[in-house]
Design a protein around this ligand. Structure first.
Ligand SMILES: C[S@@+](CC[C@H](N)C(=O)[O-])C[C@H]1O[C@@H](n2cnc3c(N)ncnc32)[C@H](O)[C@@H]1O
Ligand code: SF4
Length: 390
């Protein structure tokens, strides 16, 4: 039996990756694939087997969330979702208020499955709306239109206790005025949680090549900064401040699953390419599964799991990872958490001169108990982190 030495406030999550999509969006570098045929029975069995594999090494843990991410999990058969949830419930204890989220695309076919997903145990959906403007949905290569987006939001609201949707901003030629108008519209549809991502051009995507060729331009840093600030103002005024760089919620509506990542809790990652962090016998382990769906499926069939060998996360890495995750959150990180992860006293963490420089610029706050990035610090988090821990 494992000795569990996680942080006392830690929650415990299960991430399940479904790697298939109907088509590949030109901006997306997630582990998602378009296959003509998916053997749903084989995938159901493999997901259940890998859940079992991880459950055997984490006995007695209490699961606070499950997240079906992708890819496009709304393409899963509801029986597969039900089988994964049932297995997790059999093998771990569920917390009373367990959050079970499924990422869904808003095409009408997928929205029609929402009731079946609810019956399977899902109690929250996260919809990939991306835009409420027809021409931008086209630019983003989406398969749904604005009418379907609105309808999917309506059905989600009527079917689930909680729902969220994603929008992508900082699109070509997007003005602050146009974004404000679209955001106000989005707020009238919101269920209390919205994810607002700034468009990034990722290597290996169709957009990367098109952008490099000069087919389109995205807002420069200054224009993107203005859009970010407008976002903070509008969502703040609507009672949905950012609790993380790109995530906004009414108090209590935060994604519990994602909070586990950002607060550096433990989570199991199941499915191709899934990552996990697990404390086993007091040692934090990094887990990582094979990315290619076929390799993962073959491995699970042959040996019960598709993971690469686990790697130990050293105390210094734990400190850096906890900092990288926690500074994304507006609540910041308790210094007690950093002490727990690093095994060091808080007085040894930071260079006082760097802290003063970052505080003077208005990017960071350090109190007796917490370190936190401000909204403008979160906007340039990578630069802030490399200066702070560099
Ligand atoms: C795993 S993806 C999408 C899940 C679902 N398949 C969908 O498309 O709705 C999660 C979210 O990341 C965001 N995203 C993906 N690539 C992005 C990019 N290059 N820039 C900004 N946001 C991106 C999108 O908003 C997307 O909904
Ligand atoms: S954005 Fe969603 S639907 Fe589009 S390719 Fe990525 S995971 Fe698939």
């Amino acid at each position: 039996m494992s000795v569990i030495q996680t942080h006392p406030e830690s929650s415990f999550g299960l991430y399940i990756h479904w790697p298939f999509c109907l088509s590949k969006c030109p901006y997306c570098d997630f582990n998602s694939h378009v296959h003509d045929r998916v053997d749903h029975d084989a995938w159901r069995e493999a997901l259940v087997r890998e859940i079992n594999h991880y459950a055997a090494m984490t006995p007695g843990r209490v699961l606070s969330s499950i997240f079906f991410g992708g890819g496009t999990p709304s393409l899963m058969h509801p029986e597969t979702v039900a089988a994964a949830i049932d297995e997790a419930q059999k093998r771990w204890n569920f917390s009373n208020d367990i959050e079970i989220t499924l990422e869904a695309n808003p095409t009408s076919v997928e929205a029609d499955k929402f009731t079946a997903f609810r019956r399977a145990g899902v109690n929250r959906v996260s919809l990939g709306i991306q835009s409420l403007r027809e021409k931008d949905l086209e630019f983003l290569g989406r398969k749904h239109n604005v009418g379907e987006a609105r309808r999917a939001i309506e059905i989600a609201g009527a079917t689930f206790d909680r729902f969220s949707f994603d929008l992508i901003y900082a699109r070509p030629q997007q003005t602050v005025a146009a974004w404000k108008e679209e955001l106000e519209e989005a707020l009238t549809l919101s269920g209390g949680h919205i994810s607002l991502y700034q468009l990034t051009i990722e290597p290996g995507t169709a957009f990367f090549a098109q952008h490099a060729r000069g087919d389109f331009m995205i807002p420069n840093d200054m224009a993107a900064g203005d859009l970010y600030e407008a976002t903070q103002d509008i969502l703040g005024a609507a009672g949905m401040p950012a609790y993380e760089i790109s995530n906004h919620a009414k108090p209590g509506e935060e994604s519990r699953h994602n909070m586990t990542y950002w607060r550096y809790g433990d989570y199991v990652g199941v499915g191709p390419g899934a990552h996990g962090r697990l404390t086993l016998d007091g040692q934090k382990k990094a887990t990582r599964a094979h990315r290619a769906p076929e390799i993962w499926l073959n491995d699970v069939t042959a040996k019960g799991h598709g993971a690469h060998p686990f790697e130990d996360v050293t105390p210094d890495q734990r400190m850096t990872e906890a900092l990288m995750m926690g500074l994304r959150l507006s609540e910041g990180i308790p210094l007690s958490r950093l002490e727990h992860e690093s095994g060091r006293h808080r007085d040894t963490f930071f260079d006082a001169k760097k802290i003063k420089a970052l505080s003077d610029e208005g990017y960071l706050t350090l109190s007796d108990t917490h370190i936190a990035a401000t909204a403008s610090g979160r906007q340039r988090l990578n630069a802030l982190l490399s200066y702070l821990v560099g």
